[in-house]
Every structure is written in C-alpha cells, then in structure tokens.
Design a protein around this ligand. Structure first.
Ligand code: ATP
Ligand code: MG
Length: 429
C-alpha cells in the first residue's frame, strides 16, 4: 500500500469544512483591514532563503527541501531550488521584482498556502503545513516604519483570533532593536557568556561564538537558570528603538489588547528588527506557538532591493484548526439539500436536467442513479442529504414530485415549479 509521505497528511471531510471556515473568517478580517492577497511560487531559488532567512537558522541549516534542477536545454543552467519553508522571503522578493515600492504606497499583502520543512513530525508539527500570513511593507515615506503599523497588525491578530472563537490566547512581545542595537547586545552577551558558557550545552557553546543572541532560544532545562541571569536586550536599545517600542505598547494599551513582555523572545529568523511577537495557546502542548512575526526593516536591502521597512506574521493554520477542534468546535457534517432518485435508468437523463435546474438556483444537490432500487436510494440519501426527491415516469409527466424529508419522515407532493422554494425550507418542517 502506498501511504502519504511522513509528515504530510490528507485533510478529509468533514474537517475540510473547518479549514474553509477558518479561511473565510480570515479573509473577512483581512478585507476589513484593507489587505490584498498575494500568491507567490511554491518553490524559489535556494539563494533567496539562504539570504532572506539566514544560513544560521534551523530552517536553512537543516529543514529545507532542496534539489538541483537540471538544465533541459543548452541555454539553461542548472539551478538550486527549494520548496518554500516560509513565505516572507518570497513576498519581499516579489515586492522587489515588481517594483511595488515605486507606487510610493504601503503594500498590505496577505497569503494562505502550504510551506515545507523537514522536521520531526509530531502533533502540530508537519513537513507540509499551511501558513496564513501578512506583510505590511513600503518605502519609509509611506509610513512603513511607524509604530502604528506594528500596533495595527497586532490588534488585527487579536481581532482575528477572537473572530475565529479562539479563547485563551496569549500575546508575547519584545523589541530586538535596530541592527546596530543587536550587534551591541551580541557583544554584551558574548562578554557575559564568557564566564558561564563552559557549563552550558554544546549548542550554546557554539552559539556563544557565532551568534550569542541565539542562546536565548535554548530549550535545554539545565541552561535555563543561567540564561535567566544574562543581560536583557531592552538595556541595549538606543533612544529611537526604545521610543518606537513605547509607542507600540501605548497603542496596544489604548486598544485594550492584552500582552506580556518577554525579554527572551528573539525569534528564529535573522532578519527581525525592533518589534517581535508570538501568540501562543496552552491547548497546543509542546508546539504552543499559534503564530510568530515581527518587523524586518533591513530585509529588502538584504535581498538587493530598495529600502523597504516592513512588519509581518505567519500563523500556523494546522495549529489554528487543532485549537478549534480541542475547543470542541468540531466540523459539522454538511448534508446536501436534496438527493434525486430516478426510478429506473431511463430516467437518468431527466434526473440530470432536474439536478441542473435546482443547482442553478443555488441548491446543493446529490444525484442518485436509476440502477439503484428505491430502498437503496433511501439508504444512500439518508446519509448524504436532508431530503430525497423521487423522480419516476408519473412525476416527470405530471410535474408533481414526491419529496421525503428525513428529519420528520413526511412525504410531500410538490409541483416542480415550487421545488426550489420548498427545498430551502428548514428540514424540520
Ligand atoms: P516552532 O517554534 O513551533 O518551531 P517556528 O518559530 O519555527 O515555530 P515560524 O517560522 O515562526 O515557526 O512559523 C510561524 C508559525 O507557523 C508557527 O508559529 C507555527 O504555528 C507554524 N509552524 C511552523 N512550523 C510548523 C510545522 N512544521 N508544522 C506546523 N506548523 C508550523
Ligand atoms: Mg521551527
């Protein structure tokens, strides 16, 4: 038997109804905040992620699906390609490639789609998973650096989770400052780590030498008390970074969005500057992050583009659905409005015409088959639809159809011209 590859899964009905509910609700919220959809390729050149996500990160150093795409013609070169592990790099590449900055306006873009990372599969962690994300990016003259943009994105996320009916989420927030602040903090950390790093895990010993800030991500229990004694980044921020962050917090306070500050939240990607954040949910267990994001003021330039500060987030759609399922928001079984049972194969064609007529009026119709005995039609219909329409030679000639409503067991004679109206009535009548 051929199974789906490790770390991938099939989403089946009725769960797909819950996925559609999530996506529809999310699209409504994006619309209210005037975001527009962007769709970028599922694979990109490997170099995009190496530069845009960072060689040092877990994603680039060990989680990417990369292959050498061989040339098909002499004129073509082989190229290293990668299934996208995240979508921010692709969006910013697209922003640069299509010169969206030339409009002089702020670009507010959202995406919904699959991402790929070679991770150890477990609950809430898959090798193909779906992210819902958004980016606000543009030239500084469009206001892309304003702390109001950060606060608006965070307030939108709070609204979005509330709209979805997700309760008990927690917003954690930090500022990692400008690139210069981070460099200064890295030096402060390096000095502080000199005295203690020999008693820390091997990963931390390596990070202390290459990129000390990553020590804050360490999950090894024995290292935690040591990390708690390290200097915090807030003390290394310059005046402008402090003021920016203070304005983000003030706007959140004014909008009554609850948050906690977390000095250790530096996020896994190298490109973040100033505001970084995560929304977590206790119901998710070890994989408790619903979404993460932050500001990336230097990313466009890192990818060879113009200056284009921005802020964005990526939300794990799989984890949103898991959270809803844990809250017992089980996906409802969706039943068709009616099942058409033709009495004999000679009525199949007439049944298709009737189905077409009703479907064109917006009804959800399941079409049976004239080779089924009536008893079998009833059995199948009872599982898939709220009502069954019997279509025999008599019904076709007279234009009066027999409709059985399963919830009540009542059979009703309905003229064909009134059928659509009848079928939209609640099935309990
Ligand atoms: P984690 O700490 O869970 O590994 P991350 O920092 O790698 O998360 P991001 O790159 O910030 O995650 O991605 C944003 C969101 O995408 C996460 O908060 C999570 O909800 C979701 N996500 C990331 N990796 C996976 C995965 N392998 N399977 C399912 N969802 C994922
Ligand atoms: Mg990860």
């Amino acid at each position: 038997m051929i199974k789906s590859p490790r770390g991938t899964r099939d989403l089946l009905p009725p769960d797909t109804a819950l996925w559609n509910f999530v996506e529809a609700a999310v699209r409504d919220v994006f619309r209210a905040y005037n975001f527009h959809e962007i769709r970028t390729p599922i694979f990109e050149s490997t170099e995009l992620f190496a530069r845009g996500v960072g060689e040092e990160t877990d994603i680039v150093s060990k989680e990417m699906y990369t292959w050498e795409d061989r040339a098909r013609a002499q004129s073509e070169k082989t190229q290293s390609l990668t299934l996208r592990p995240e979508n921010t790099a692709g969006v910013v590449r697209s922003y640069i490639e299509h010169q969206l900055g030339e409009t002089g306006q702020l670009q507010k873009l959202f995406y919904i789609g699959p991402q790929f990372r070679r991770e150890r599969p477990q609950k809430g962690r898959y090798r193909q998973f779906s992210q819902i994300g958004a980016e606000v990016i543009g030239p500084p003259s469009a206001g892309s650096e304003s702390p109001l943009r950060d606060a608006e994105v965070l307030e939108m996320l709070a609204t979005l989770l509330n709209e979805l009916g997700i309760t008990g989420w927690k917003l954690e927030l930090n500022s990692v400052g400008s690139a210069a602040d981070r460099a200064r903090y890295n030096e402060v950390l390096r000095t502080a780590l000199d005295a203690v790093v020999s008693s820390m895990c091997v990963d931390c010993q390596r990070r202390a030498a290459t990129n000390p800030i990553r020590v804050l991500d360490c999950k090894v229990p024995a290292d935690q008390p040591i990390i708690d004694t390290l200097p915090v980044i807030a003390d290394s921020l310059n005046e402008a970074s402090r003021a920016h962050f203070a304005q983000v917090l003030a706007a959140l306070d004014a909008a009554a969005v609850p948050y906690t500050r977390n000095h250790r939240l530096v996020r896994g990607l190298d490109y973040y500057t100033r505001t970084t954040f995560e929304f977590t949910h206790g119901g998710l267990g070890a994989q408790n992050a619903l979404l993460g994001g932050g500001r990336y003021d230097g990313l466009s330039e890192m990818l060879g583009g113009p200056r284009a500060p921005g802020i964005g987030f990526a939300m794990g759609e799989d984890r949103l659905v898991l959270t809803l399922l844990a809250q017992e928001a089980a996906a409802p079984q969706v039943l068709a409005d009616a099942y058409i049972a033709p009495l004999g194969e000679s009525l199949n064609a007439a049944a298709l015409s009737l189905a077409r007529e009703l479907r064109s009026q917006g009804l959800r119709i399941e079409l049976g088959d004239g080779s089924f005995r009536l008893k079998k039609s009833f059995e199948v219909a009872d599982k898939t639809a709220r009502r069954m329409i019997i279509l025999g030679e008599d019904e076709l000639q007279s234009g009066i159809l027999t409709v059985k409503t399963f919830a009540t067991g009542i059979q009703t004679k309905v003229p064909r011209t009134e059928l659509a109206v009848f079928l939209t009535k609640p099935a309990s009548e």
